[in-house]
Design a protein around this ligand. Structure first.
Ligand SMILES: [Zn+2]
Ligand SMILES: [Zn+2]
Length: 331
């Protein structure tokens, strides 16, 4: 099967022909229909995430069709459509797993990082971590739900009942979470790169009541701010934008260093926290919401062989919404 393979930092992904993977016990073989490209893929390529397997097939927002079942893997029928997220395996016995926090599992293995992912024609996945997907979305539309949507939604949940929510970095995750937040009756404020008028118009179109550059203060203090951009300098900016008792939630897996800031910016019981990975319960909750509330998904597709171009466009901020790889049709 054809795959785009990562061999180490400093090398672009290379087209390779790999033997088709075999589903082990509890695993399903999946023919990939679409795979979203995530900023985490860039962090892996750039060497900012420790210990990926090498060589590696990236991609952790996989939509595909079950083509085979390993021993005991009967949760999904052959022919069923499934989604594969970032969380690929957990130990089930560590204190985190046993307290509903499998996202923090000490031994967690992640799709497209420790396990080969979806930048390929075929992949295998542990059926326990796969999701059925709402039928209203096409394969390409459903792909970005699986990380941008799902981990973005975990970040939104961490904001509690905050009514006035700010989103810093209006990319794949924010464009989905803005709509989820509006659906929940929240007021969305979108912060883009300064001067990104097109990004701000896009945010307003998706229901933001205000959109501006991250160099502008919001018209009124926020109850919570979610930071999706990998830019540590936004942390003190966001802290200054939230009201007393407000929360700043960093949703990405990696960020540049956070500059020092006066304690006064944190004072007033402001909270600062990160979001790490997802639990299967996050996936169930978000996919139920996405099934009930139509979310408009903006995706730009690339052929699988153009994975490097998709990564470059993501890095340069040239993508409105999400980038999704699509394997060539079967001959
Ligand atoms: Zn565990
Ligand atoms: Zn991701």
């Amino acid at each position: 099967m054809r795959a785009m393979t990562f061999s180490g930092t400093g090398h672009p992904l290379g087209p390779t022909d790999l033997p088709p993977p075999l589903p082990g016990p509890g695993q399903i073989l999946i023919r990939v229909r679409a795979c979203g490209v995530c900023r985490t893929d860039l962090h892996i390529v750039d060497g900012e995430i420790a210990d990926p397997k090498l060589p590696l097939v990236l991609g952790h927002q996989i939509v595909g069709i079950v083509e085979g079942q390993g021993p005991g893997a009967d949760r999904f029928a052959v022919g069923a459509r499934v989604g594969v997220p970032w969380l690929g395996w957990t130990c089930g016995v560590c204190p985190f797993c046993r307290s509903g926090r499998e996202n923090l599992c000490d031994r967690a293995r992640f799709t497209g990082c420790h396990i080969d992912g979806g930048f390929a024609e075929l992949t295998v996945a542990d059926q326990r971590y796969c999701f059925a997907l709402p039928e209203r979305y096409s394969d390409v539309e459903a792909a970005p739900l699986l990380c941008a949507g799902l981990i973005g939604y975990r970040a939104l949940r961490a904001a509690g009942d905050a009514r006035r929510v700010g989103l810093f970095g209006f990319g794949a995750a924010a464009h989905l979470i803005a709509q989820a937040a509006v659906h929940e009756g929240r007021e969305v404020h979108a912060f883009t790169r300064p001067g990104d008028a097109a990004g701000q118009a896009f945010a307003r179109q998706l229901g933001a009541v205000w959109a501006g550059g991250s160099d502008q203060p919001p018209p009124a203090p926020l109850d919570a701010a979610l930071i999706f951009a990998p830019v540590g300098a936004l942390v003190p900016v966001a802290l200054r934008a939230v009201a007393k008792g407000g929360a700043v939630i960093c949703a990405g897996i990696h960020m540049s260093d956070i500059p020092s800031f006066p304690y006064a910016d944190l004072w007033g019981e402001r909270n600062l926290r990160s979001i790490a990975n997802l639990t299967r319960a996050d996936g169930d909750a978000f996919l139920a919401l996405a099934g009930a509330a139509p979310i408009a998904i903006r995706a730009r597709t690339y052929p699988l062989g153009d994975a490097n171009r998709a990564l470059d466009d993501l890095r340069a901020g040239r993508i409105e919404g999400a980038a999704v790889l699509v394997p060539d049709p079967r001959p």
